[in-house]
Design a protein around this ligand. Structure first.
Ligand SMILES: *[C@@H]1O[C@H](CO)[C@@H](O)[C@H](O)[C@H]1NC(C)=O
Ligand SMILES: *[C@@H]1O[C@H](CO)[C@@H](O)[C@H](O)[C@H]1NC(C)=O
Length: 373
């Protein structure tokens, strides 16, 4: 059921029925995460909790008996095996999304109950709180808070919010999105106003497979946006490309993915640009108890759910993908990840481990056998 977890050298040793995760014993294969020994204990804890959370739920639902272990597949999502549980049932889609939601929900609750995790906005460091509050958009009429994550359909959500507040006539109006005007950010409110809204409003966010989001940011910013090439590209090439440290002719428009990853590894996650900052740090899922966490992988369905929850009027719908949109395909992701030096990839995954574990995305298969295909 959880074949990919073994990438991490995890071995299931026992299954608790009681809801406790203590019966899980783990062994770590040497070398799997040696370079990041500082993150090792937390990585382990999270991997165990994620694995057990999902498993316990399946046990409770009596699903293990009816399930066959699917063959390992390169880019399969968890949804692939869940679909196999109920192959010809029209309710399958709902069941699948319900199970994913429950696994995610339970995982987050378990991980956030740890005493070292922040329990509200005020227990965050000032920098963490500033980042968070600057990423939460407010609509008072529909009593909602939306934590926006760049590269996860956030422009479209901002359009929806503008329509809900009357600043935009329709989500389909063909104008360039202004990411600041006509939007109310939680950071602009007073502490007591923030507190009230966090307590009483419907809070939601959307997540995406972490490496896919990263690749999407890389291709968009370094492939298309000159301001980013100037601001980050030049610096990255000077730092990481041999012989260019003092080269003033560097334009920054040809940063390779490997150079980008080297740069990420040297950055502090709390100070990263929002396009590649881990979602965990942007939205702080322990400090804010979100009512709903949707997936980019099920965007239309999850967006409909949110619109229904907040009581949006029927003419407000979630926008279609823009025609210029270039999706990151599984093949593209495979190509980029596999072309990275193994060492870089091994160091990159721990950097985004909270996004993988909190939002229950399996770690990518990075074995050389896999990359040969
Ligand atoms: C998690 O489950 C609780 C209880 O059912 C619910 O109130 C909450 O909205 C859920 N949160 C998410 C993020 O799905
Ligand atoms: C990774 O992919 C290879 C090749 O497809 C496969 O043999 C291996 O079992 C996979 N590993 C995991 C842990 O899924």
């Amino acid at each position: 059921m959880l074949p990919r977890r073994q990438d991490y050298g995890m071995k299931r040793a026992g299954v608790a029925r009681s809801g406790s995760v203590i019966n899980f014993r783990t062994t770590v294969s040497p070398g799997s995460l040696r370079r990041s020994s500082a993150v090792l204990p937390s990585v382990l804890t999270f991997a165990v909790i994620v694995a057990s959370g999902g498993l316990l739920l399946m046990i409770e639902k009596g699903m293990l008996n009816s399930m066959e272990t699917p063959p390992p597949r390169g880019n399969g999502r968890r949804s692939d095996y869940i679909r196999q549980v109920v192959p010809h049932n029209p309710a399958a889609v709902d069941t699948e999304s319900q199970i994913l939601q429950e696994i995610r929900n339970r995982t987050i609750r378990t991980m956030c109950s740890h005493k070292n995790m922040p329990h509200n906005v005020w227990s965050l460091s000032p920098l963490q709180r500033k980042t968070l509050l600057q990423h939460i958009l407010v609509n008072d009429e529909y009593r909602l808070l939306y934590c926006y994550v760049p590269k996860v359909a956030c422009s479209n959500w901002k359009r929806v919010l503008k329509v809900l507040s009357g600043a935009l006539e329709s989500v389909d109006v063909n104008i360039k999105m202004d990411h600041r005007s006509d939007l109310l950010f939680l950071s602009s409110l007073k502490p007591e106003e923030i507190r009230y809204r966090l307590k009483h409003y419907f809070k939601f966010m959307f997540v995406r497979e972490p490496m896919e989001r990263l690749l999407s940011a890389y291709r968009n910013k370094f492939g298309e946006i000159e301001a980013y090439q100037k601001k980050y590209g030049v610096e990255i090439i000077k730092r990481y490309r041999k012989g260019h440290a003092k080269d003033s002719s560097v334009t920054g428009d040809d940063v390779t993915f490997a150079e980008f990853v080297r740069y990420l590894l040297d950055e502090d996650v709390e100070r990263m640009n929002e396009h590649w900052m881990p979602v965990y740090n942007l939205c702080q899922p322990c400090a804010v108890s979100y009512d709903f966490i949707g997936s980019y992988e099920h965007l239309e369905r999850d967006a409909d759910f949110v619109l229904q929850q907040i009581g949006a009027p029927p003419h407000v719908h979630f926008p279609e993908r823009q025609t210029w949109y270039k999706p990151v395909t599984t093949e593209t992701l495979h190509y980029y990840l596999c072309s990275l030096p193994q060492k870089l990839l091994r160091e990159l995954l721990p950097k985004y481990i909270l996004d993988f574990s909190f939002f229950t995305y399996p770690l990518p298969n990075t074995t050389t056998e896999y990359c040969r295909h």
